[in-house]
Every structure is written in structure tokens, then in C-alpha cells.
Design a protein around this ligand. Structure first.
Ligand SMILES: Cc1cc2nc3c(=O)[nH]c(=O)nc-3n(C[C@H](O)[C@H](O)[C@H](O)COP(=O)(O)O)c2cc1C
Length: 315
């Protein structure tokens, strides 16, 4: 295990509830952290930097007596005009974990390290991973085949093996992890932490529309389509959300430009809903704290089964 030293003894499960655009809320982050896992949210979930700062105030207040760290996701892409202002608020609040995606920024990494924070970086291939290692990130998140939203194409067994051969920092794996047994499986594959999105989308605290949550509960792997249609980068989305928006889910035409905004006629991300292939295991919309308790019990049970050996009892 290569958990960050400052996190040792603080988590009850090796899980980061990953940041989800238009879905993660301060309430979800607080519930996750108070239940012993790392909660996170994208800074762009609030339309303005001032709103982002207010969310941080709410989370810090909600976690004042809780030791579990939380994280924010910053999109490091040239289209993100808020990068500098959001980074300044992040540094001011000394956010414990910054998750960067869609680009690397050494100034950001230095600024976060400057106050003792950690930077984990999303990667989908070895080229991006090697650049991130060179830039000095503390953790790599292997976003693998079947992950909700922007996803990679690599198999998690293969990708974790390759990453571990060049990186001795914290390794996370994301993609279709929905149960406690799968959290243990992620560790057995070589990850230090499981990175879980869609499972936390279907909780009461998430701000995804009810229909989005219902489609997650009703669906299974084959109800997901991998398409560049929403942002220009391949991502996993619920086929049914295209149909209900009057679009053909099998039309893979990307937008003219990379697009993370919600300003077009059919609003990407607002009307076309992301989810990963692991939704078959999601059958309810619980409170996040109840979900974490269930994941803990599934994880503990899976450890007992694993300890019994390959011809031990089956659960
Ligand atoms: C609705 C939704 C929105 C997402 N938005 C973001 C985001 O804003 N930033 C980000 O880094 N990842 C985003 N992701 C990806 C997740 O952080 C994570 O990589 C993914 O959910 C893991 O796969 P899983 O959904 O199969 O658990 C999103 C995923 C979903 C399902």
C-alpha cells in the first residue's frame, strides 16, 4: 500500500468518491468524509469562483471535527478561464487534495505542495502518466475502460501493472467499481484506492436529476455508450439519455470544439448523462452514509472470503 503518509489511519475504506460534474454536492462530500472515505467535487459545479469559495466554507464547517481529507477537481484545460482564480481560492483554503484532469500544470502542483496539499492526476495512458510523474504529482488515477464520463480504453489489470512499474506513489483505479467486493478487488489488482463515481451518483445527496439516477438504477453495462459526441473526448454515457433528448446514441459525431460548457441547444452533461459500465450493481438511491456502511460490510465480508482461499466458501 502506498497511501499518502498524512492519510494513514484516517480512512475506514480505501475509497475516493470521485468528482462528478453537475452531480457532486457539498452534502455528498461531507457525508462521504464523515463516513470514512474521501469525498470530492469539481470546482466548476458552482458557476462562479465566489460560489466555489462558499462551497468550501460549507464543507469545512461540516467537517470541522472530522479528520478525513476531501478533494476538489480542477480541469487544467486551456478552455478553463477560471483556472487562476479557482487555484487562488484553493490555495487560500488549503484544500487537502486537488484532482487534476484534462491537462497538467506545474504551477498548480507547486502551489498545492506549497501548503502541504496533494495532487492526484487523472490518466488514461502511459504517455500522460509519465508526464504527470515527471511533473511531480503525488498520485495517479488510472481511469480505465468502462468508467463513467471521460474514460480510457485500457484494461485495469494491464494498466495498473504498467503504472506500478514506473510509479511508487499512490495509485487509484476508476471504472465500474460499485461494490465493497470490487473495492477489495481493486486493491488486489495493485491499486491503493478505489475511485468510485457512478455508485455515488445514485445517492440522495447527489444533485443529478431524478431521471438520471433512475436510469443508473435501471441500467446495466450494455446501456452505456462510449462516445465523443458530448465533449469531443470519448466518454461513457447512458444511451437512454440520448434517446430521451431526441438524439441517436449511435451517432458518434463530436462537437466542432472541445466542449465542457452547458450553453448549446441540447445541453451537454445537463441533458446527456454520464455513467459507467458498473451500473448493473446499483439498485437503489440510498443516503451516502448508508451506502458507505454497506460498502464497508461488503468489503469486510469479501476479505473473509479471500482469506479462506480459492476453494473456501462462496458468497
Ligand atoms: C456524471 C459524471 C460526471 C463526471 N464529471 C467529472 C468531472 O467533472 N471531473 C472529473 O475529473 N471526472 C468526472 N467524472 C468521472 C469520475 O470522476 C470517475 O472517473 C468515474 O465516475 C469513475 O468511473 P465509475 O463511474 O464507473 O465509477 C464524471 C463521471 C460521471 C458519472
Amino acid at each position: 500500500m502506498t497511501l499518502p503518509g498524512s492519510w494513514k489511519g484516517k480512512l475506514s475504506l480505501p475509497v475516493v468518491a470521485s468528482p462528478m460534474f453537475l452531480t457532486s454536492t457539498p452534502e455528498l462530500v461531507i457525508a462521504c468524509c464523515r463516513s470514512g472515505i474521501v469525498g470530492s467535487f469539481p470546482v466548476l459545479n458552482e458557476r462562479r469562483t465566489e460560489g466555489y469559495a462558499t462551497w468550501l466554507d460549507r464543507i469545512e464547517h461540516g467537517l470541522s471535527d472530522c479528520d478525513v481529507p476531501f478533494g476538489v477537481n480542477i480541469v487544467v484545460h486551456r478552455s478553463n478561464a477560471r483556472l487562476e482564480a479557482d487555484l487562488s481560492v484553493t490555495v487560500g483554503h488549503e484544500v487537502p487534495l486537488v484532482i487534476t484532469s484534462l491537462g497538467l500544470n506545474r504551477d498548480l502542483i507547486d502551489a498545492v505542495h506549497g501548503y502541504g496539499g496533494l495532487v492526484f492526476h487523472d490518466v488514461v495512458n502511459m504517455r500522460f502518466a509519465e508526464k504527470a510523474i515527471e511533473a511531480g504529482v503525488d498520485g495517479l488515477i488510472a481511469v480505465t475502460h468502462g468508467a463513467g464520463g471521460h474514460a480510457g480504453g485500457l484494461n485495469p489489470f494491464a494498466f495498473l501493472q504498467d503504472l506500478r512499474s514506473v510509479f511508487d506513489g499512490t495509485l487509484l483505479v476508476g471504472g465500474a467499481i460499485s461494490t465493497g467486493r470490487q473495492i477489495l478487488a481493486a486493491q488486489m489488482m495493485g491499486a491503493d484506492l478505489a475511485y468510485m463515481g457512478s455508485r455515488f451518483l445514485a445517492t440522495r445527496e447527489s444533485s443529478a436529476p431524478l431521471r438520471h439516477k433512475e436510469l443508473v438504477v435501471e441500467g446495466r453495462a450494455e446501456d452505456i455508450v462510449l462516445t465523443p459526441r458530448v465533449s469531443g473526448v470519448p466518454g461513457n454515457f447512458l444511451r437512454r439519455s440520448f434517446v430521451e433528448a431526441g438524439l441517436d446514441p449511435d451517432d458518434y459525431t463530436p462537437p466542432a470544439e472541445f466542449n465542457l460548457s452547458t450553453t448549446d441547444d441540447i445541453k451537454p452533461w445537463r441533458d446527456l448523462w454520464a455513467a459507467g459500465q458498473g451500473i448493473g450493481a446499483i439498485t437503489d438511491i440510498p443516503d451516502a452514509s448508508d451506502l458507505c456502511a454497506r460498502l464497508q460490510s461488503e468489503y469486510d465480508q469479501a476479505r473473509v472470503v479471500a482469506a479462506a482461499g480459492f476453494d473456501g466458501p462462496c458468497v
